[in-house]
Design a protein around this ligand. Structure first.
Ligand code: 13P
Ligand code: SF4
Length: 408
């Protein structure tokens, strides 16, 4: 992108039926845009592919991807997040969770092109952490993240004004989840805060509480609450939820002053599907099952689970699990299915925690046709789908990311 990413914030009409009450919220307009259709010039989402994609039924796609990657040689480095499809992940030079991929991207200064098979905020972070001459490419520009879209720069600036008016801004340290736009990361850096991922959220909060008395945690309320309560011994009453769609976040100045954790009202739609019922059901269906969930799940799900951790943690836990053990996993389905297939020959039974299938639709946008088109374009010397954060945003966002990378 050239220029800071800005998002539309004008009020949209919420259509209700006779049965549903009028909503008092202002949904983020981007959420209403059909992915991959139409175009919003101010956003990465809803942008159609600027070239001719090969047909998904082309039997030579795997061969074409391999040939293009071979032609590019050391010029290209392909990163793959664990939620990517099997057909895509096979071409990744490294796979990982958000934290590992951020580090891996920063450790490849010789690669001219970093092809990020993941979502937009990950590619932005890679651009921030790589050299100016390196180009980060996202195979489908519509691969956004609905959680990241739940906190816009305008909304967060308004929140800071509310905290200032309540007289507490100076005590507040922002901690932003990696799953946020570069603008939000820059805000965090500018205000003395750090980024965290699901694998280092406790360390980030420990650090933040050494710098100040309160934390503004953006944008995933669940990761913030789960880390504060489960890992740091705070109570649910120490947390308040700031709703950006309500005046003053829906909170009084007194509530803000009393809180230790001010949680942004954002969530992941994929992990939000898992419920306490899914945990109870699976325990009834599979006696002796171990329930292992991602910390983006709701607090009651995390509290009822046996183990909680990032995607990398989940993989390591299953690698270390004994033969004959049974596992129900609460995270994205591409990863769970891959792990179930990988560990079945070792006698480990792995099932998806929910009864209905649930992929991350934006992660899934990166498919073989997009990857082939990207690699072939780069091999022909055409730079496509570059993700470029403007210099000012980059400087402050980098500060926040580097604080995270320096955590013990
Ligand atoms: P991790 O891979 O860091 O666990 O994050 C999961 C996720 O939701 C990425 O979007
Ligand atoms: Fe965003 Fe959730 Fe998909 Fe991760 S799984 S990219 S948080 S929508």
């Amino acid at each position: 992108m050239n220029g800071p990413m800005s998002r539309r914030t004008e009020r949209v009409r919420v259509v209700t039926t006779a049965q549903t009450p009028e909503l008092d919220v202002q949904p983020t307009p981007l959420a209403l845009l059909l992915l991959g259709r139409e175009a919003d010039p101010k956003s990465e989402r809803g942008v159609e592919c600027p070239g001719d994609l090969p047909s998904p039924s082309d039997p030579d796609l795997v061969e074409r991807a391999r040939a293009a990657k071979e032609k590019l040689g050391d010029k290209v480095f392909v990163l793959g997040h664990h939620y990517q499809r099997d057909e895509v992940i096979q071409f990744a030079d490294v796979t990982g969770d958000s934290f590992k991929l951020a580090r891996d991207a920063a450790a490849r200064p010789e690669a001219e092109y970093i092809v990020f098979c993941g979502v937009h905020f990950m590619a932005e972070s890679a651009d921030i952490l790589t050299g100016d001459e390196q180009k980060v490419v996202l195979p489908d520009l519509a691969a956004g993240c609905s959680m990241a879209d739940m906190a816009t720069a305008e909304q967060v600036a308004e929140c800071w004004d509310v905290l200032t008016e309540a007289g507490i801004a100076e005590q507040v340290v922002p901690v932003s989840y990696m799953n946020s736009s570069a603008d939000i990361k820059a805000f965090t850096g500018k205000h003395g805060g750090t980024i965290c991922t699901s694998s280092n959220a406790k360390k980030a909060l420990d650090w933040a509480f050494e710098q100040g008395e309160k934390v503004l945690f953006l944008p995933d309320q669940h990761l913030g609450r789960n880390t504060a309560v489960r890992d740091m011994g705070m109570s649910l009453d120490d947390c308040v939820v700031y709703n950006p769609h309500k005046p003053n976040g829906g909170l009084t100045a007194e509530q803000l002053r009393d809180a230790k954790m001010i949680l942004w009202r954002g969530h992941c739609s994929v992990h939000g599907r898992f419920s306490l019922d899914s945990v109870n059901d699976v325990r009834e269906r599979i006696p002796g099952v171990n329930v292992l969930v991602h910390p983006e799940c709701k607090h009651e799900v995390v509290a009822a689970a046996d183990y909680v951790g990032s995607t990398e943690y989940i993989i390591k836990a299953l690698e270390a699990a004994p033969a004959g053990s049974k596992w129900a996993i609460g995270t994205e389905l591409n990863l769970v299915r891959r792990l179930a297939n990988r560990f079945a020959p070792e006698g480990k039974e792995i099932v998806f925690l929910d009864k209905t299938v649930c992929f991350c639709s934006t992660m899934n946008r990166i498919d073989l046709p997009h990857l082939v088109w990207t690699l072939e374009s780069l091999a022909e010397g055409n730079l496509v789908n570059r993700i470029e954060v403007d210099k000012e945003t980059e400087a402050f966002a980098k500060l926040a990311l580097e604080r995270m990378l320096a955590l013990p």
